[in-house]
Design a protein around this ligand. Structure first.
Ligand code: ZN
Length: 574
């Protein structure tokens, strides 16, 4: 049984959910020995071997399996045992509907090929050419809303389970141009029969996992577009960005793959430094495609970009871990984040997307707009996606040179292997964008397009910690290195009851600590575990960690041309 699922780099030990397992042959029991946490060894038989096992399925995520009376969902990695030594043999699967009238209208949505002709979305036989293909088609069963549309002649489907009232026609209308934008970039859609967006709508949740002809997504039902509404809400923008992200993976990671992911050993960790390329570049293009396909405005795109920059700048961990190290250690660090994560790690998604942005803008500047990162992705598609070869850990730089004629090796080693900040200021200037870093206006300020904010509204002093509401006051969830809270001796998990003798609340805490004009100490009363402690807290000036971007109309004509070319705007001054 696999220990991890491709696309999600954490050991999950799916075998732990196997509850019972027995083997037989021609009606006689066959002995079964467990060899390790995920391997069983059956006694020999000359006849057919039958293995029966039950799996506990109660993880409502895109990475595992979940079964209840409302639906069934599974990834093959959670359900299908691999027959050692027979990975290359064809597999067939019979999926039966649950018994009972309550399930008469259940249908099945998967891109697993049917093994015989029958009505679409109906239960029955499925097949796969080998084990790797068998586990790359998640299956959703139940009552779902369903719609389909064509992109470049290929049927694209969307199936949504869970209670929701999404405007399916609008979803199709918005997804189609996003898909087309990615196809335009790569020049073609990978060969496949059909593509499926498999969505679970829930009260609260977010996530997606890429597959070679489908994606599994989980989202808030409120993020889906309501009937009769035409605006793109923040939630819907995020949902479209998620769909865009997973669709880009059709090329980048499902077909352009690191060498080490080819025939990857799913029983143990597989290490690569290249996740900045597969997740970072994908994260860069996911939002860019929303703009290029006309789904969001330029301001909306700049807001998304400014928010990514803000997220990266706010993490101290970027001074301690390079993006290549973040990728390599994804298994134990990025995927196992604890309260110290902001101090210790950098995200290969968000910093990786900034590396992609910087590369793109640098190539555009150095080549006077004749080339871009798009050319690099096309070359990777031709050399790896179309041939099935895997990309080596140190090969990217040479391909960039081959694609655009520019030597980016110095930039790559700085961007990927050091903790230096990227030279974004200069690069933004080259495409007519204004860029600044300022102090946050308030705890909810995540950066965005430029506003002439009243400086007096800015937080005067900060504690250098994240916190949440607690029945007794506020609980510190993360304490930043060298911040006021850490300097005072406070730790994550501490529950603050009062500041200067006045009871504190989540709402009031920022105001209580920010209202220091001079460098006066605030006396903080807090519980650490069950011990009451007192701390002298010296709130600090807020860091310049919030990014604003804007269209700088004072830019030169070349910069404006670069900008239109980059963002696919029709007019230089759009
Ligand atoms: Zn991804």
């Amino acid at each position: 049984m696999p220990a991890w699922i491709p696309g999600s780099y954490m050991i999950r030990d799916f075998a732990k959910n196997i509850v019972t397992l027995v083997a037989s042959s021609e009606g006689c029991d066959i002995s079964v020995q467990k060899r390790d946490k995920q391997t069983w060894w059956c006694g020999s038989t000359a006849a057919e071997l039958l293995v029966r096992y039950t799996v506990y399925a109660w993880d409502l995520s895109v990475r595992s399996a979940h079964l209840d009376t409302t639906h069934g969902y599974f990834n093959g990695t959670s359900l299908f045992l691999r027959v050692a030594g027979r990975e290359d043999q064809a597999c067939s699967v019979e999926i039966l509907p649950p018994e009972g009238d309550a399930y008469n209208d259940w249908r099945i949505a998967t891109t697993l090929p049917s093994s015989y002709a029958r009505a679409p979305l109906s239960f029955g036989g499925f097949q796969a050419d080998n084990y790797a293909e068998l586990i790359d088609h998640p299956v959703e069963m139940g009552q779902f809303t369903y719609e389909s549309f064509k992109v470049h002649g290929t049927t694209h489907e969307i199936a949504i389970t869970g209670k929701h009232s999404a405007d399916m026609a609008r979803l199709c209308c918005d997804l189609k141009p996003i898909c087309e934008s990615h196809i335009d970039l790569f020049g073609e859609l990978p060969a496949m029969e059909r593509y499926l967006f498999q969505v679970m709508a829930v009260g609260d949740g977010y996530g997606g996992l890429e597959h070679s002809s489908s994606t599994s997504l989980i989202c808030k039902r409120d993020d889906l577009p309501a009937s009769g509404v035409t605006e793109v809400t923040e939630g819907y923008r995020q949902f479209l960005g998620l769909c865009s992200h997973e669709y880009f993976h059709l090329w980048n990671v499902k077909r352009i793959r690191p060498k080490v992911f080819q025939e990857a050993d799913l029983s143990t960790e597989v290490y690569t430094q290249l996740l900045w390329l597969f997740e970072g570049v994908t994260s860069y293009y996911d939002d860019l495609a929303l703009l290029r396909s006309g789904r969001v405005s330029v301001d909306s795109y700049l807001e998304l970009l400014a928010q990514v920059i803000t997220r990266v700048i706010r993490g101290n961990g970027r001074h301690k871990q390079s993006v290549a190290e973040s990728s390599f250690d994804a298994w134990t660090k990025f995927y196992k984040q604890d309260e110290n994560a902001p101090n210790a790690i950098v995200s290969y998604y968000s910093k990786g997307s900034l590396v992609a942005l910087a590369l793109d803008l640098m190539i555009r500047r150095e080549s006077a707009c004749r080339h871009s990162l798009d050319d690099v992705m096309r070359l990777l598609w031709e050399r790896y996606g179309l041939t099935g070869a895997g990309i080596g850990e140190d090969e990217v730089g040479a391909h960039i040179t081959a694609a655009v004629g520019i030597d980016c090796s110095a930039f790559l080693s700085l961007a990927l292997h050091t903790t230096e900040d990227l030279p974004l200021d200069d690069l933004f200037r080259s495409v007519g964008l204004g860029f600044r870093l300022r102090a946050a206006d308030n705890a909810q300020d995540t950066g965005g397009v430029k506003t002439e904010g009243d400086q007096d509204k800015r937080m005067l002093r900060v504690v250098g910690a994240r916190y949440r509401s607690h029945t007794l006051g506020v609980e510190l969830t993360q304490v930043f290195d060298d911040g006021a809270a850490q300097d005072a001796g406070l730790s994550a998990g501490d529950v603050i009851l009062a500041v200067d003798g006045i009871r504190t609340t989540e709402k009031g805490f920022a105001k209580q600590v920010s209202s220091v004009e001079a460098m006066d100490a605030k006396v903080v009363y807090a519980f650490r575990r069950d011990e009451l402690m007192t701390f002298d807290l010296y709130p600090q000036k807020p860091p310049l960690d919030t990014c604003d971007l804007w269209l700088d109309e004072r830019s030169g004509s070349q910069q404006l041309i670069n900008r239109s070319d980059w963002l696919h705007l029709n007019h230089p001054d759009a």
